[in-house]
Design a protein around this ligand. Sequence first.
Ligand SMILES: Nc1ncnc2c1ncn2[C@@H]1O[C@H](COP(=O)(O)OP(=O)(O)OP(=O)(O)O)[C@@H](O)[C@H]1O
Ligand SMILES: [Mg+2]
Length: 286
Amino acid sequence: MTLKVQGLTKAFGNLVAVRNVTFEVPKGQMIGIIGRSGAGKSTLLRMINRLADPTSGRILADGDVDVCKLKGARVRKWRAQCAMVFQQFNLVPRLTVMTNVLMGRISYHATVRTLLMLFTSKDRAYTIRALQRLDMVSHALHRADELSGGQQQRVAIARALVQEPKILLADEPIASLDLRNASIVMDALRRINKDDGITVICNLHLLQTAKDYCDRIIGMRKGEIVFDGLPSELNEAMARDIYGVGEHGAGEPADDEVDLAFTATQTAESAADSVPESKAKAGTGR
Ligand SMILES: Nc1ncnc2c1ncn2[C@@H]1O[C@H](COP(=O)(O)OP(=O)(O)OP(=O)(O)O)[C@@H](O)[C@H]1O
Ligand SMILES: [Mg+2]
């Protein structure tokens, strides 16, 4: 599935959260959206998923369907096609991992079957396979609230996968995780993107993560796209522009973020000279 986002704008009263955003998404790309807090990243993903409606503009899927005009059952079908994972995982804590993932199959059933939790053997097969892929099958019968954050996010990704999505939207999927779990989750997203050809659009807090994992980076600032290109094209000055470093009131983590990202890149590049190519590649998460 391809997407064409055209002139998308979202205003909350006087505040314009996303302003006249235009970009195209070919099938199968992994895109990282970066920008400082309040830049409009979540609002943009929420509009793509139809959790929020734009004030103006449109989103064309496969060239002709305006996603923003879909209604009723077609909105639900769209939401299944572009599954979303969130920073806070959004699992049902008291339910088992298995049931949480089965919930991803809901859009394939009538309401009554869903209310009675009447899932088919196909649903269960999809669920087990998704849990296997995320290395979570041994936890299938555990309650979601017994899991670590990293495990919960893997369950949330499994739930998204059983929706059989064409696009996977991830809103800061690793922001609540430690480094080790963050790379397990990012590796999983990258594998799903590569192996299944599912487009992944991922809001990321850290520039370095976007550089390591994504084919393309979109930088947002104050609701607008200020960079759209390859990770290798994003130089330090552009990164500083995206994060608004140096502006009045725009200090805090952004400065460190840009510095760290470029230091880490340089270190990785110099290390790559002395490391076998396969290992150097593995280090980038690709
Ligand atoms: N429902 C809402 N009502 C009013 N203002 C909102 C609403 N949702 C978002 N905003 C505002 O829109 C702007 C963009 O918010 P958004 O959550 O999209 O930013 P973000 O880039 O995802 O930030 P963060 O990195 O903190 O998640 C912010 O100024 C925010 O306060
Ligand atoms: Mg956000």
